[in-house]
Design a protein around this ligand. Structure first.
Ligand code: GTP
Ligand code: MG
Length: 195
């Protein structure tokens, strides 16, 4: 699919105040700084649509963007950011969890993983929770430009092996670089099939 229009709709801390429209939506989640907002900007071709930062903890709200007047893309706050107070971290956890659990429009959650890192327990636990809660999700490895192709494939193979320890089948897997604008077509085609 091709994105012809993308506009910001609303930011929220509360899933109850998210757009009420009966439209499907896909959301982007993952650890703080993994590249969620950058991926949304790359996919929509609008470099300042979602706010990005080199410092973790930039996105603190649930942000809805209307795409082609037909469905929503959702930018979520990151999880697992250590440098905030326990209270703030708990607040963010609740915002994210409530949105995921109580948002019937949510059609697919893209879980972003930094392609440079070995499997992180926090991400494995999060995907385990999604599985137990019956939330449909896919995996996106980000920042593929930050290492050689060989190292990238090695990391991803290692990740898959780790996932096969607990999962019988794996969800769709995408590999992207928002910097180099790679891997987006596959994600858009996938979204086109599910919204
Ligand atoms: P929070 O909102 O804080 O949870 O972070 P986020 O997941 O939205 O990350 P964001 O998109 O703000 O990106 C974090 C940093 O990583 C920024 O400095 C981006 O420029 C950089 N970044 C994101 N994607 C890529 C990528 O594909 N390649 C490279 N080289 N850098 C990237
Ligand atoms: Mg962000």
């Amino acid at each position: 699919m091709t994105i012809t229009s993308a506009e910001f709709v609303i930011s929220n801390t509360d899933f109850r105040r998210c757009p009420q429209a009966d439209m499907p939506e896909v959301a982007f989640i993952g650890r703080s700084n993994v590249g969620k907002s950058s991926l949304i900007n790359y996919l929509t071709g609008k470099k300042d649509l979602a706010k990005t930062s080199s410092k973790p903890g930039k996105t603190l709200l649930i942000n809805h963007f209307l795409i082609n007047g037909k469905f929503h893309l959702v930018d979520l706050p990151g999880y697992g950011f250590a440098k905030v107070s326990k209270t703030q971290r708990e607040k963010l956890r609740k915002i994210i969890e409530d949105y995921i659990m109580f948002r019937p429009q949510l059609t697919n959650l893209f879980v972003l993983l930094d392609s440079r890192l070995e499997p992180q327990q926090i991400d494995l636990d999060f995907m385990e929770w999604l599985g137990q809660s019956g939330i449909p999700f896919s995996i996106v490895f980000t920042k593929s430009d930050k290492q050689t192709k060989g190292k990238l494939m090695q990391n991803i193979d290692q990740y898959k092996s780790k996932l096969y320890e607990t999962w019988e089948t794996l969800p769709p897997i995408f590999i992207t670089s928002s910097e180099k604008k790679e891997g987006g077509t596959e994600i858009l085609d996938y979204i086109g099939k599910i919204v």
